[in-house]
Design a protein around this ligand. Sequence first.
Ligand code: ADP
Ligand code: MG
Length: 275
Amino acid sequence: MTIQRVSSKWTKTKVLLQSRQLTRYIPLTRKYSRAALAEMLNERSLVYIKPDIGTYGNGVMSVERLHELKPQEQGSEPASPEKYKLHYVTSSQEFSSLDDLHRAIRDRTQQKLYLLQHGIFKLKYRDRSFDLRVLTQKTPYGSWETTGIIGRVAAKNKIITNYHSGGSIRMLDEVLEEHATQERINLLEKELYELGVETAKQLQKEYPRLKEIGLDVAIDQNLIPWILEVNTLPAILPFKKFFKDKSIYRRIERYAIAYGRLSSPGKGSRSKSKA
Ligand SMILES: Nc1ncnc2c1ncn2[C@@H]1O[C@H](COP(=O)(O)OP(=O)(O)O)[C@@H](O)[C@H]1O
Ligand SMILES: [Mg+2]
């Protein structure tokens, strides 16, 4: 039986939101529209816009609201002139009205489905944003197990952390060491291991042939983890290249062979994976 893959971020998000344990880990997500953009920018100063189906950070944008909001009860004049900064993967542009901003976004998205999501102010490692990749796999015994976590550090001034966009890989302890004690890091690590398993179990209810997932998790300034997306064809190789402790990759590989993603030891991945 083939391993199940699900590409729509919107579909996966809806399934995850059905789990009480998971809702608090998922940033508010809506389908992109001008109205949704206006509402979200009224609540948040940072929002992300991304293709429903996409990989490697392609097409991901973010918007910073640079002006202050006017106090609710007071007059109709804004507290300061409207100003938005739209970030593409490698460039940015400023706008002084929501209509202009929306037009520029629509130019990029055309009529395709894009999602709008609360932006997470990601922690930084040496002045670069990072997020985490949590790999969770089906074991040969039928249970789910989180088998590895790595930190993905963005290239300088990039809004995305994808490896294909110049990002680099670090150990979890390394990216967190400026921000937390070892004890706190261990607690967070445990939470992430459980989060991977919970997410897999929830998705499996809808997609019974799922065997592996990779969660993109952002850590905010309060050390709270947020699930940005769940990949159903996660990259495995970074775990091989990166971990000095070879037993970590050996287990990942053993599970992947058992469910048919990899053919035999050392031969590498059968299907192209995303990072
Ligand atoms: N809501 C968000 N807040 C902060 N950063 C985000 C958000 N959504 C995406 N990103 C950044 O953009 C990257 C790519 O977005 P993602 O949803 O993982 O799409 P892709 O399928 O292209 O990898 C993430 O790894 C993260 O660095
Ligand atoms: Mg991703």
